[in-house]
Design a protein around this ligand. Sequence first.
Ligand code: MG
Length: 168
Amino acid sequence: MVKSGSELHHRALELLKERGVKLDDIAELVVFLQKDYVADLTMDMCRENVKAVLSKREVQNAVITGIELDVLAEKGELSQPLLDIIRNDEGLFGMDEILALSIVNVYGSIGFTNYGYIDKVKPGILQKLNDKSDKSCHTFLDDIVGAIASSAASRIAHDDPNKSEIMK
Ligand code: MG
C-alpha cells in the first residue's frame, strides 16, 4: 500500500527529532549559507524554507532511509561488510552523499554548490554530528541535514535572485 504523504512527513520530522536534530539547527545552517547574500535574512525565513523542503516526498524518503540505516548500524543489525562501513563512516563509501544528493537534486544547481561547501566547512550541528567520540552513528544524517539546509538556501536564492549568489 502506498504510504500517505502526511505519514511520511510526520515520520521524517519525528526521526530528525529523535536523532537530536531540531528544525532550528537546520535553519541556522541556512543562515550560515545565505547571510552574506540576503541582507534582510531572518531565522523565520530560514525556518520556513526548511519546513518547505521537508514537505517534499523525495526529501522525506531520503530522511527516513538514511536515518534507518544509521540506527540499524548503531544497533549492529546490519550484516558485514556494510555494518562496519556505515559504523566507521568510511570515506570511500559515498552512498551517504549520493542519498543526500537526491534531496539537493530537487532544487537545482545552487543546492549542489551549497551542499559541497557546507559538507567541507561543517558548521553548527554538522560539527556535532561528525563528532565520533560517542557510540552514535550519523553517517547518513550529517549529509541529509547538510542537504536539507542547502536546499532551503537554494529556495531562498531562487526566490530573490538579485540578492543571491547566483547573480555574483
Ligand atoms: Mg556522511
